[in-house]
Design a protein around this ligand. Structure first.
Ligand code: SAM
Length: 287
């Protein structure tokens, strides 16, 4: 069968199944073979790899993943796409289609069942409305992972790789950089999708660290501190932490800790590096 990356093949398939795009599922299908090659190259997929694809759509990238990888598990929420996938992927015996919500899927079970518990690679053109929960869920649940190579909104890709002192720096930057090394592999314009999204997109590869780049005694506390600082971005770090519902530190305790770190009492979260959040967390966890 001719590949779905040919726009006419995609249009014919959509017509054949009378498929109606669902905005609420973030459905923008790729129609550019070059972009798919770039994603697969950035992910360095080989026949040794078991790939988890999130949201295969009608199977456009899945066709290429199936040719490059050992096995592909594709998790798609929209039940209307399952008969389409059964047809477009019929030629590939190494693809498992799973009709489920990725945020509710037991990914550890998939890793055990299809890759004997060895680390997998995640590759996806993500539904943009749930980019952050998907990525945070993958890292925080400690699924055995080598890398996550995903198409995301351009602005979100930028946010993942910036450091302190820039306007895009936030909780997502810190979380991504604690778990993985980010690298933007390509920028992708709206005309590479049907329908066209109204934002620019980028492919980002997040390579999982074996060991995080900073050591912290209590990872959960550090992320609560990070969330508290950026929830109230315009407030000082002291106020942000003292006002947090997730934490019970007094303002004076935070002031003491900042003094120990030689930081000003009026410092804001957006100027602290990951290493400084780890140090702050270690000082506060002893209180
Ligand atoms: N991979 C296809 C492509 O590149 O042409 C489709 C990408 S489209 C941006 C996102 C896909 O994710 C859609 O097929 C959508 O139905 C699916 N999706 C949305 N929310 C999902 C969820 N919670 N779990 C699994 N799939 C989801």
């Amino acid at each position: 069968m001719e590949k779905l990356s040919n726009p006419q093949v995609t249009i014919d398939m959509i017509k054949k199944y009378n498929f109606a795009f669902q905005k609420r599922f973030g459905q923008n299908f790729l129609i550019d073979e070059h972009v798919i090659h770039k994603i697969i190259r950035a992910a360095e997929i080989t026949k040794e790899d078991c790939v988890l694809e999130i949201g295969p759509g009608i199977g456009t990238m899945t066709q290429y993943l199936a040719e490059a990888a050992g096995h592909v598990c594709a998790v798609e929420i929209d039940k209307n796409l399952i008969p389409v996938l059964n047809e477009t992927l019929a030629d590939y015996s190494n693809v498992t289609i799973i009709n489920d919500d990725i945020l509710k899927t037991d990914i550890n079970r998939i890793v055990r069942e299809y890759n004997g518990g060895r680390p997998i690679k995640v590759v996806a053109n993500l539904p943009y409305y749930i980019t952050t929960p998907i990525i945070m869920g993958l890292f925080e649940s400690h699924v055995p992972l080598l890398s996550v190579t995903v198409m995301v909104q351009k602005e979100v890709a930028d946010r993942m790789q910036v450091g302190p002192g820039t306007k895009d720096y936030g909780a997502l930057s810190l979380a991504v950089q604690y778990y993985a090394k980010p690298y933007i592999a390509a920028n992708v314009p709206p005309n590479c999708f049907i329908p066209r999204p109204n934002v620019g997109s980028a492919v980002i590869r997040l390579t999982r660290y074996q060991e995080p780049p900073v050591k912290v005694q209590d990872e959960r506390l550090m992320f609560k501190l990070i969330r508290a600082s950026f929830n109230q971005r315009r407030k000082t770090l002291q106020n942000g932490i003292a006002n947090s519902n997730e934490l019970s530190f007094r303002k004076e305790q935070v002031a003491d800790a900042l003094e120990k770190m030689n930081l000003s009492a009026s410092v804001r979260g957006e100027s602290l590096s990951l290493a400084e959040f780890a140090a702050l967390s270690d000082i506060l966890s002893s209180k």
